[in-house]
Design a protein around this ligand. Structure first.
Ligand code: SAM
Length: 290
């Protein structure tokens, strides 16, 4: 029999039956607004021929919407206490597999190869907010064979990630995400849509994975180190923050900036990805000449 997982009464009685109590440390705020999960699933790209990876199914409210649309859903849940709950709430679906693991540790390349042969793969999740950026960066940096990542995150994180590079709202995460994907704000979700309600509002974003990076970086790692260092002291000039954070003398940073056509008093938030890539290359050249 189908259970309505957006109904507070139903959710409370299922959780009480299993003696479940919410863990703040695991970011357990479950969605109870009936409009949100169908909309997230519809926008995630889940459909015929598509496999979905979900992170943190909770009691399965988003999982069942994904399972209605996709060929297969593999949901990675860290909290063992939710396994018997999910057995009950997802009983009607034969295309869902729950994997009891930590999303930061599981081998995602192997999971995709084993579970989704011949399918396109997308990620869709209401993320535990304590690991929002690490999860997103792991999914991107591992260069997984996935098309997109549709996730609920804290509203401020969503705004930062989706800000255009080179604007005041941008940050290191904006640049890093932008290198791998095109970020799109889908819709905002109020704190009252969750049980228990978190202290912050949320938003759903979609990251469409790029086939090719938008800039040519001779060494990606060095470019990311420059981005991180430039934003580490974002109120300072790039000259000062790069020199301080990378422990490189100002003359060398000045030469690299000049060779990239960038003024010493520019700020990190004014720079494009292309310029960060150039600075990294030029810093490397200046350093290796020494
Ligand atoms: N998808 C459900 C919903 O929308 O109602 C639950 C979302 S809740 C915000 C986050 C979920 O992630 C919880 O079920 C939590 O137990 C799980 N979780 C927390 N840390 C995790 C980790 N490192 N790996 C996998 N799941 C995790």
């Amino acid at each position: 029999m189908e259970v309505n997982l957006s109904n507070i009464g139903t959710v409370k009685s299922i959780l009480a039956k299993h003696g479940f109590t919410f863990s703040k440390a695991l970011g357990q705020n479950f969605l109870i607004n009936p409009r949100v999960c169908p909309e997230m699933a519809a926008q995630s790209g889940a459909g015929h021929g598509v496999g979905v990876i979900e992170v943190g199914p909770g009691i399965g409210v988003l999982t069942c919407e994904l399972a209605r649309l996709a060929d297969k859903v593999v949901a990675i849940e860290l909290d063992k206490r939710l396994l018997p709950v999910l057995d009950e709430t997802l009983a009607e679906f034969d295309n869902v597999k729950i994997v009891n693991a930590d999303v930061m540790e599981i081998d995602l390349h192997a999971l995709i190869a084993d579970e989704f042969a011949g399918m396109e793969v997308v990620v869709c999740a209401n993320l535990p907010y304590y690991i929002t950026s690490p999860v997103i960066m792991r999914l991107l940096e591992e260069k997984l064979p996935i098309n997109s990542i549709t996730v609920m995150v804290q509203k401020e994180a969503a705004q930062r990630i989706c800000a255009p590079v080179g604007t005041r709202q941008s940050g290191a995460v904006t640049c890093a995400v932008n290198y791998y994907a095109e970020a799109q704000m889908l819709f905002k979700v109020s704190a009252g849509s969750f049980m228990p309600p978190p202290k912050v509002d949320s938003a759903v974003i979609k990251l469409n994975i790029r086939k090719e990076p938008p800039v040519n970086a001779a060494d990606e790692e060095k470019m990311f180190a420059v981005i991180k260092a430039a934003f580490a002291q974002r109120r300072k000039t790039v000259l000062n923050s790069l020199s301080n954070s990378l422990h490189i003398d100002k003359a060398a940073v000045h030469s690299a900036l000049a060779a990239s056509g960038i003024e010493d008093n520019a700020r990190a938030e004014q720079l494009s990805l292309e310029q960060f890539a150039q600075i990294a290359d030029n810093l490397h050249k200046t350093q290796s000449k020494k």
